[in-house]
Design a protein around this ligand. Sequence first.
Ligand SMILES: Nc1ncnc2c1ncn2[C@@H]1O[C@H](COP(=O)(O)OP(=O)(O)O)[C@@H](O)[C@H]1O
Ligand SMILES: [Mg+2]
Length: 359
Amino acid sequence: MDTTGARSTLVVLFGGQSAEHDVSCVTAAHVLRAADPQKYRTVPIAIDRNGQWHSPQLPQLASGGTDPATLPDHLEATGASSSPSAINALAQSSDVVVMPLIHGPLGEDGTVQGLLELLDLPYVGSGVLASAVAMDKGVAKTVFAQSGIPQVRHITLREDAVSPSSLESVALEIGLPMFVKPANMGSSVGVTKAHNFEELQQAARHAAEYDEWLVFEEAVVAREIEVAVIGNRLPRASVAGEITPGNEFYDYEDKYVTDSAALTIPATLTAAQSDEVRALAIRAYEALHCEGMARVDFFFEENGRGFLCNEINTIPGFTPISMYPKMWAASGLEYSALIDELVMHARERYARRKRNTQH
Ligand SMILES: Nc1ncnc2c1ncn2[C@@H]1O[C@H](COP(=O)(O)OP(=O)(O)O)[C@@H](O)[C@H]1O
Ligand SMILES: [Mg+2]
C-alpha cells in the first residue's frame, strides 16, 4: 500500500531500436535506482530492439517497497508484452511524468515526444520540434547558421544528389580529409573520416545506408568540449567537460566498446574560455528551442576559430558515468537532485503549454 500519498508516478521509457539500446537500458536502471522513493512511484516501460513495448516485471518496484540496492545494474527490455497505448492507462492517474530516455532515431527525434503530446502527458526534455531538429545534423546546422552560432564548414546533400561530380565539388569546397555523416543518427554510427576521394565515395555510400540525407564536414583538428544545459525559459549551463578520444575520432567503439576515451571535468580552459563556451551552449540550446535538458558538443580550435558547435543531444547519455550527469555533479547538482529538477521542468512546460491550448 502506498502510505506516502503525495508520491507522483515517474514513467521511465527506455530501450529503443537504435544502436544505443544498451546504453539506454543501463541509464534506466540507474534512474530507477536514484529516483527518490519518497517522491516517486517508478514505472519502467521498455521498447525492445524490434520496437515492441514491454512492461518489465520488477516486483520490488510494483510493490512500492523499493529497495534501490536490489535493482539490477542493467535492465532488460523484455517482459509482459504491451503496446504504446499501455502508457495511456497511466495518463488516467494523476501526477504522472514520463522520462523518455531512448537515444537516437525513434526516441530522441521527436517521435516519442509526439506520442506523449497526443497522450497529453508531461515528459522530461525537449518537445517535438527541438527533438527533431537537433536529431537532424543538416537542419540543425542551418538553424545554427541563421542564429550566428559558429560551426565547421559543411554541405548537406540528399542521397540522390550524390554522384562522382557532386562529390568532386564537395571535395573542392570542403577539402580532404573530411567527415561524412548520416544526418539522422547517433553514437557515431555511419560516420566516417574520408582521407581521399576513394574513401569519400565509400563514406557517402556507407552514410546513405543510415539516412537519405548526408552531411559532409571539414575535418577539424580540435579539442572536444561539451556543456550540459538544463531548464526551460531560463536555461543554465554546467561547467564544461572535455573528451579526449582514444581512437582517431570518438567513434562507436570508443564510446561503447573499448571505453578508451578520457573525460576531464571541468575541462582545462581559462575562465574567459569557459564563460564563452557556456554562453554559446545556451545560445545553441535556445536557437533550437530546446527545453528540459540537452548536452551541447563543441570542437575547440584553440589556435584558430575557437569554439565551433558540433551538435546538440536532446537525450544525452544518462548513466552516472555519462558526461551529462557528471558535468552537473561537478557543478553541484547530484544525480537524484538532477532527476527532481528535470521532473520540475517537465511539469512547468506541460502547465505552460496547457494554458496556451485552452482558448
Ligand atoms: N568535422 C569534424 N572534425 C573532426 N572530428 C569530427 C568531426 N565530426 C565528427 N568528428 C568526430 O566524430 C565523432 C562523432 O561525430 P558526431 O558528429 O558527434 O556524431 P554522433 O552524433 O554520432 O555523436 C565526434 O565526437 C568527433 O570525435
Ligand atoms: Mg557526438
